[in-house]
Design a protein. Structure first.
Length: 551
């Protein structure tokens, strides 16, 4: 029996969402009592994966878990963030990570502590259910839903309805693999609907009726694919039936269950001959009604998706404050501080973003200056460099058993190095650091994507990165190009500084797209670099902290 067949058999036998008591029993009896099939298949549906040892040893697992908390649409309250801070402090090594799907992740969790963690989360209306495994992952949306002065509509109630319809529903616990949905009413597409299995983006017809465009089959990993747009205009009342219908198509596609490396919705298009027309025909058959034809939409660019800094809301006299969280890593004390800021200067509401940042909303104009001062004094300034605001990093070898390279502390060091080497750089720039080819750090859609690798340098094996360039989304949609340049981690800042020093007034994406791979490779390697670009080496990459966890 193949691995895929074995996993499918285990999934058919048990819906783990109905067996919370078994997790409590494992907690009483300890890690050794957990059957392997629970670790591999059932625990993920409760938002937990076994993690690495925190020291970056690839493939090495310990008796600890990563625990992911679902934050639909990124909607968070100060009381919830404060509860997460306490859990991080007590059970998670004092840290938590924000993810590119607006979740919060804890590390170092023992199974013995899970009853208290689950109970604490439940008391503040949070859950880990369905955040990992073969089910519907956290449904993302614009974090400024209801506050954005330019939004077409507030789609956050639809995110909640879709979450209620799919998560915890026995009809949809056993999907071929993970299933990702984005529903956004904003114009900037800040939740990256292009790379979701289902991407619903708000549009307005000429008659003033508001609804959604529909894309299906997006995803990254080792086979990146932008979602295919259907000829459909989806009314708000049709969103949940449509999402359920697509989930049912995915669930019933047995052809996708034969190979777990190709068990995503996109492979119906990539490998099995489905088209937008055939998919829509099957969808309409399942939901029992026809969808109106698609209407014209305005594609956004990649900029404006981070929601950082002080900006006015649609509510007169109120502002939001987007706090940059470099590489998505927060300490427990920082989480408590942000919760306090939301209570003191807002109304306790917070938002997590798809670029691993956090937003305080409903800040009166009179409180903006005080909030700005307090956050800056606490080491979380609102005004930061393009490198700092555009950096995204996956978990990396620190905790992920699949990763090849460390990412979190490397991303921080890289940002600091670029700030020193390329002072005054003003362009928006997305730098996505990924520890392996699986693209959790989304290196395929970055301006600069860094994919971890192992390579030889000075006769020894070191961590390095492949450099990929020129990705984009929206009207600039394209996946990054692997230009044939890789370097040890210690040499990446210098190589990128060389490249950025050649831009002049040209945009980065235009510069990259008018140069060949060979030309870009030469620039990264230092060929024909202008003399005014500093070649003096800043301190070499020191590697991750000796015990992995760092603030």
């Amino acid at each position: 029996m193949s691995k895929a067949e074995r996993i499918e058999r285990i999934k058919r036998e048990k819906n783990p969402w109905e067996h919370r008591d078994e997790i409590l029993e494992f907690a009483r009896n300890g890690y050794a009592s957990i059957p392997q099939e629970w670790l591999a298949v059932h625990f993920p549906l409760w938002g937990t994966y076994t993690q690495g040892d925190g020291r970056g040893v690839r493939g090495k697992a310990i008796e600890r878990f990563m625990l992911r908390v679902r934050i639909p649409n990124g909607l968070l309250q100060s009381v919830q963030l404060r509860a997460l801070a306490r859990l991080a402090d007590r059970f998670g090594g004092g840290i938590a990570d924000l993810t590119v799907r607006q979740n919060v992740q804890l590390h170092w969790v023992r199974v013995e502590d899970m009853p208290e963690i689950l109970e604490t989360l439940s008391r503040v209306n949070l859950t880990t259910a369905g955040t990992c495994g073969d089910d519907t992952r956290n449904i993302t949306g614009c974090p400024l839903a209801g506050f954005d002065s330019e939004e077409i509509l507030d789609a956050s109630p639809l995110v909640r309805e879709a979450t209620d319809a799919l998560v915890g529903n026995a009809e949809f616990y056993n999907l071929p693999r993970k299933f990702k949905i984005s529903i956004t009413g904003c114009r900037s597409w800040c939740s990256y609907p292009e790379i979701n299995d289902v991407g619903l983006t708000a549009v307005e017809r000429e008659d003033g009726v508001k609804g959604f465009s529909l894309r299906v089959g997006g995803g990254l990993s080792t086979h990146p694919h932008f979602g295919v747009r259907l000829n459909a205009f989806v009314l708000p009342a049709q969103v949940v039936p449509v999402v359920r219908g697509i989930a049912a198509i995915f669930r019933d596609a047995d052809v996708l269950r034969q190979d777990r490396s190709k068990a995503r919705l996109k492979f119906l298009f990539l490998d099995h001959g489905w088209t937008a027309h055939s998919f829509q025909e099957e969808l309409e058959r399942r939901i029992g009604f026809s969808l109106a034809p698609a209407v014209a939409e305005e594609l956004p660019g990649a900029e404006g998706r981070d929601h950082l800094g002080i900006r006015p809301q649609k509510q007169k006299g109120l502002y939001y404050a987007g706090l940059p969280v470099l590489r998505g890593r927060l300490t427990a004390s920082q989480m408590s501080f942000i919760a306090d800021m939301a209570d003191r200067y807002g109304d306790g509401q917070l938002r997590t973003t798809a670029m691993q940042n956090i937003v305080v909303v409903n800040v009166p104009q009179a409180a903006v200056e005080a909030l700005t001062y307090r956050t800056s004094n606490a080491g979380m300034p609102l005004d930061v460099s393009p490198f700092r605001r555009g950096a995204v990093a996956c978990t990396g070898t620190e905790f992920c058993k699949l990763a090849i390279a460390e990412t979190k502390s490397f991303a921080r060091w890289l940002v600091e190095e670029l700030e020193e080497r390329v002072p005054g750089f003003e362009q928006s720039l997305r730098i996505n650091v990924n520890g392996c080819p699986n693209a959790c750090g989304q290196h395929w859609i970055a301006d600069i994507g860094l994919q971890g690798c192992q390579m030889k340098a000075d006769g020894r094996t070191v961590e390095g990165f492949d450099v990929l360039l020129g990705g984009g989304v929206g009207r600039d949609a394209a996946f990054t190009r692997r230009v044939g340049f890789r370097a040890p981690a210690a040499e990446i800042p210098e190589a990128l500084a060389r490249l950025l020093g050649r831009l002049g007034h040209e945009s980065f994406i235009a510069f990259v797209r008018r140069h060949s791979d060979a030309e870009l490779r030469s620039l990264l390697a230092g060929a024909e670099v202008d003399q005014d670009v500093e070649e003096a080496a800043a301190p070499a990459w020191p590697g991750p902290p000796p015990h992995g966890v760092e603030g």
